[in-house]
Design a protein around this ligand. Sequence first.
Ligand SMILES: C[S@@+](CC[C@H](N)C(=O)[O-])C[C@H]1O[C@@H](n2cnc3c(N)ncnc32)[C@H](O)[C@@H]1O
Length: 261
Amino acid sequence: MSSHNLKQRITEDWDWRSREYAGRSDMYLQTEKQQRLWHETLHGLVAPQGEGPLDILDVGTGPGFLALQFARMGHRVSGLDLSPNMLEIAAKKAAQRQLMCTFLQGDAEALPFADHSFDVVANRHLLWTLPRPGKAIREWMRVLKPGGRLLIMDGDWTNRHLSRKQKLRIAMGHTLTFFTKGKIPWKGKGRGYDDAAHLLPFSGVDPGKVIALMEAAGLQAIEEHDVQHLLAADAESFPLAYRWSFIDSHRRFIVAGSKAE
Ligand SMILES: C[S@@+](CC[C@H](N)C(=O)[O-])C[C@H]1O[C@@H](n2cnc3c(N)ncnc32)[C@H](O)[C@@H]1O
């Protein structure tokens, strides 16, 4: 498949699942505690870049989960995504919350920005969906200012790190959801993606792989941050079966690194 057709296919797929994905995304940040914990974490990660409003790019912004939080913190934020439907949802949320944010369509692997445009490039749950993650990271480096910071938030969706107790809890969550909602959560969500399985194996990405890709792209001072406390707080307001089957059983992380001065 040509690169153009592939991107078109990916765009159509995320357009198709945008509403369901955004609905799930709305389950986060429900309580003051969740908002405070996310705020503290994001603030801590970007604070080394300086006090004033920063220029921040959220790549693969989807419904704007990170972009809107950075905008609320007073930063100048651009949110980029391939999917027009996702961007429409994100823009609507920004308007409802009276937040200033620029949303635009574009490809994470070929950004429509000049070199050295941003203090921070961030993304959440994007890397594992990309056919060429190494190329994407080099592109994010290009648009970072010297000394700028790259934040990659992602997760490992496999059960290789789970205990037997956690696996049992997931199975119970799946069963409960199957009987109450008629479907198994997180299974068969793609439409057409699955036969391009090398793209979206639904296994997420291991933090070690992210670190290796960042090192290969020349990032420095790379640190892995544990975000299980954020997950635990987010999960408090989820329905029980959903919590069991997914949220508090999967490993998520943030890897941060800096571009040389
Ligand atoms: C799993 S969602 C994550 C959305 C959001 N970052 C979040 O945390 O909820 C992945 C997003 O990446 C977008 N995406 C996938 N490939 C992309 C690419 N090459 N360039 C830009 N966006 C892309 C999809 O359209 C989708 O909105």
